[in-house]
Design a protein around this ligand. Structure first.
Ligand SMILES: *[C@@H]1O[C@H](CO)[C@@H](O)[C@H](O)[C@H]1NC(C)=O
Ligand SMILES: *[C@@H]1O[C@H](CO)[C@@H](O)[C@H](O)[C@H]1NC(C)=O
Ligand SMILES: *[C@@H]1O[C@H](CO)[C@@H](O)[C@H](O)[C@H]1NC(C)=O
Length: 776
């Protein structure tokens, strides 16, 4: 079971994986909305808190919806920010390392930057106090913070007289991986407890007791990297509450080879106080198993994502059954990628209730333990599940303790929901650093909206939709938000469901970003519908926040279809302000034979497919592209125009069955020889060569210019007279706008180009007497 298959993947499989994930229609890596930091500002959607001390170095954040505060642990400081406006009226506790701590730190050969007090642990301790622990220049410290218990009292003070050692609660090194969770007055931590980072432990430390994993026991923890933790109840009996830890560790012994890393989920009973004769002050309930996130392949050799990057526990009304989301990377040096897998508690519990893994010696393979399992079941809690015979883990029989000590690993791994990732990125230059998930009620059900932070200060907003019939997951990338001006890694994302705000931490600061901005998708019903954002619906006028029925029952008119994005069905026949949406106006484009020209047309949605049609009479044929006619993201590019290219072109976008005409063009191809003849004559006259058919003011005075112009009209046919006018105004003579000119004083009425030309040749500028009353 534990063979590190991911390292054995043949390249072919990787190719298959890459091709599969980029198959058209299946997944789309283009966000519907891509907003720069400035665009977020301009839309009034973000605010950023910058530390008055320069870099902030956010390691931990805590949301307090009741007091409407966001607590932020940074370097040498803890901040209390307003949830409403993070950049308004913040409070700060300055808590640096002491001079002695810093001197000792520097004497140990550490950099000055490492000798700060980095706040790594921050929890609501009770109604009035927070518990905070910092690295204290490689001398960890903990203290209480008086935060008051109402918005009004505005308290925010360090209880400086009660600062105590933070050993066993906070790591020494600011970069050391560590996780902690707080429940019923107890702090549970996964960390390295010593200066040299030799002693990894999962522990609980309070005034009364100290319980931890065994020291130097590679079976329990093997060079772990702690990622996350959570207390999750099993049932109504508090004594059955479990503390779950998420970490990666080296695969041990024969299976692993040297570098294989696995993601683990480990757990202990919250009330575990260790044994009486053996396992004194050691967990009597520590068990763990593998958390799998892999892509099934047709040949049965799955591709594994083994390195847990971040984990998010999505709490629901039923406290016992949150949904767990893991963000995973690959350990392979051959290919880099990320995957998000979702897990159900029932699958997690089933694995812990299943067989224990067993091997005769480190040289043997793991297999399911077949012998007799003692009672109470190793890994269970001193609670009612064991018939109420044991009021404490100290009462457990030695046999149970001995067994759990020898068998901390479960045989069955935990597989994700649908047995595949809900999100997969196999070719990306972004590194994913963080994940948070919001559960959103939409018209057609509930959706998990994933917010994924990158190393480049971006947050991706994604929904994933499982299709039962095809057993596949569709990924809809709604938005890509550049949250900070500088490309720093995102280190924290918290969601306030109540406020519909995200709070995003980095070295640079803390950004507050609204989770949605529906109007940016466009005001038309189809734009709103096709966006498939569960936060948004079309309300008859515009795209706006969707509220489930019951909150605003008066709103009759809501159009939303997240699952299918079927705008055709949702928006058919809908008129905007009493009119049908305007059809795209026809544009004239003149090109010269053998030269290149571009019909520009970029779709509103990057997820739409662009189709080009050529209309000849009543028929409409799709344009055949080849090495001369190329479809580009900017439009249709003719590398070498031919006379036959003349015609009416239609640029349409198709998205989920909804077809929209974005642009129409009438392309005229000017014959090369005739044009050259005209230009040539123009040139003989001593005037400069120009391809412009437009009568510039000065030029019209010369007879040849008139001739030139006349010939040009002949060339394209007098019937197209108005087209040339229109064309000239818009394209080649855009700076010669008669309306504008008339409003300017006479000396400004020269077109810039003409003036520059005249000056260059040392000519006097002639008054443009007839310039404005040209024959047309
Ligand atoms: C920006 O949003 C805030 C609320 O977050 C509001 O008070 C303010 O009026 C908005 N400003 C603009 C220009 O829309
Ligand atoms: C919260 O805990 C602190 C620190 O132990 C203590 O001083 C304070 O009285 C407690 N507050 C309440 C309301 O229990
Ligand atoms: C061909 O097009 C380019 C730019 O599109 C232009 O600079 C050039 O003058 C054109 N040549 C002729 C002969 O029209």
């Amino acid at each position: 079971m534990e063979a590190p298959r991911s390292r054995l993947i043949p390249r072919l499989l990787l190719v298959w994986l890459v091709v599969k994930s980029s198959a058209p229609g299946a997944r789309c890596n283009h966000a519907r909305l891509r907003l720069s930091h400035k665009e977020l500002w301009d839309a009034n959607r973000t605010r950023v808190f910058h530390s008055p001390r320069g870099s902030l170095g956010v390691h931990t954040m805590l949301l307090d919806e009741y007091q409407e505060r966001l607590f932020v642990g940074g370097r040498d400081a803890i901040y209390s920010l307003s949830l409403e406006h993070v950049d308004h009226r913040h409070k700060e506790i300055h808590w640096p390392s002491t001079a002695t701590q810093e001197d000792e730190c520097l004497m140990k050969g550490r950099e000055k930057s490492e000798c700060g007090n980095y706040i790594k642990v921050l929890h609501q301790y009770n109604r009035t106090h927070l518990l905070a622990c910092g690295t204290g220049a490689f001398d960890p410290v903990c203290a209480f913070i008086r935060a008051g218990h109402s918005k009004e009292d505005g308290l925010f003070e360090l209880e400086a007289h009660r600062v105590e050692s933070g050993r066993g609660r906070c790591p020494f090194d600011p970069n050391s991986p560590c996780t902690s969770t707080f429940s019923r007055g107890q702090l549970y931590v996964g960390l390295y407890t010593d200066y040299w980072e030799n002693d990894a432990a999962v522990c609980r430390l309070d005034d009364r007791s100290h319980t931890r994993t065994e020291r130097d026991d590679g079976q329990q923890l093997n060079e772990p990297k702690f990622v996350g933790s959570a207390v999750i109840p099993d049932n109504d009996d508090q004594d059955d509450d479990k503390v779950y830890f998420f970490f990666t560790e080296k695969a041990s012994g024969a299976d692993g080879g040297n570098n294989a890393v696995y993601t683990r989920i480990g757990r202990v009973c919250a009330n575990d106080v260790g044994g009486r004769r053996m396992l004194v002050n050691k967990w009597s309930s520590f068990v763990k198993t593998r958390l799998m996130c892999s892509v099934p392949a047709p040949n049965g050799i799955d591709t594994h994502f083994d390195e847990l990057v971040d984990v998010y526990v999505l709490r629901k009304k039923d406290e016992r059954n949150p949904e767990i989301f893991g963000l995973f990377g690959t350990t392979s040096s051959v290919f880099k990628g990320y995957a998000v897998c979702a897990y159900r508690m029932e699958d997690i519990r089933a694995a812990f209730n299943g067989p224990y893994a067993h091997r005769e010696s480190p040289e043997h393979q793991w297999s399911a333990f077949q012998g007799r399992v003692p009672f109470p079941r190793p890994g269970s809690c001193a609670s009612r599940v064991n018939g109420g015979h044991y009021s404490s883990s100290r009462d457990f029989p030695d046999e149970t303790l001995r067994f759990v000590r020898a068998h901390p690993l479960m045989q069955e791994p935990i597989r994700p929901v649908h047995r595949r990732p809900v999100l997969l990125r196999t070719h990306t230059d972004q590194r994913f650093t963080h994940i948070a998930v919001d559960r959103v009620e939409a018209q057609d059900g509930h959706y998990n909206v994933l917010f994924i932070g990158t190393d480049g200060a971006k947050v991706l907003k994604v929904i994933t939709i499982y299709n039962k019939d095809s057993d596949s997951v569709e990924e809809v990338l709604l938005e890509e938000l550049q949250v900070f001006k500088v490309p720093v890694p995102i280190t924290e994302i918290l969601i306030s469901a109540k406020r519909q705000q995200l709070y995003i931490g980095s070295e640079f600061g803390v950004a507050q970003v609204r989770a949605h901005q529906c109007d940016l998708y466009g005001s038309a019903c189809a734009d709103c519908c096709l966006a498939r954002d569960p936060y948004c619906a079309w309300d008859g006028v515009t795209c706006s926040r969707y509220y489930p029925a019951g909150i605003y029952t008066k709103r009759r008119f809501r159009r939303q279809d997240v699952r299918h994005g079927n705008a055709l069905q949702q928006c058919d026949g809908i008129q905007i302000n009493g009119e049908r949406p305007a059809e795209a106006q026809e544009k004239w484009v003149f090109g010269v034979e053998r030269n290149s020209t571009l019909l520009d047309c970029s779709p509103r949605s990057p997820q739409a497919k662009v189709l080009w049609f050529l209309k000849r009479g009543p028929d409409k044929d799709e344009v055949k592209t080849n090495d001369r006619v190329v479809q580009t993201p900017q439009g249709l590019l003719f590398l070498q125009l031919q006379r036959e290219d003349t015609g009416a072109y239609l640029c349409q976008t198709a998205e989920r069955g909804f077809v929209h005409t974005v642009a129409r063009f009438s392309l005229e191809v000017l014959e090369e020889e005739r044009l050259r003849g005209v230009i040539h004559r123009d040139n003989e006259d001593g005037r400069e060569l120009s391809q412009s058919p437009c009568p510039l003011p000065g030029r019209l005075q010369g007879s040849t210019s008139r001739l030139w112009y006349k010939e040009f009209l002949q060339l394209i046919g007098y019937s197209n007279f108005h087209k040339v006018e229109e064309y000239c105004e818009r394209v080649w003579c855009s700076d010669w706008n008669r309306k504008k000119l008339k409003s300017l004083p006479p000396k400004w009425r020269y077109p810039q180009t003409q003036e520059r030309r005249g000056r260059a040749r040392g000519e006097q500028l002639r008054a443009p007497r007839h310039a404005l009353d040209t024959p047309w």
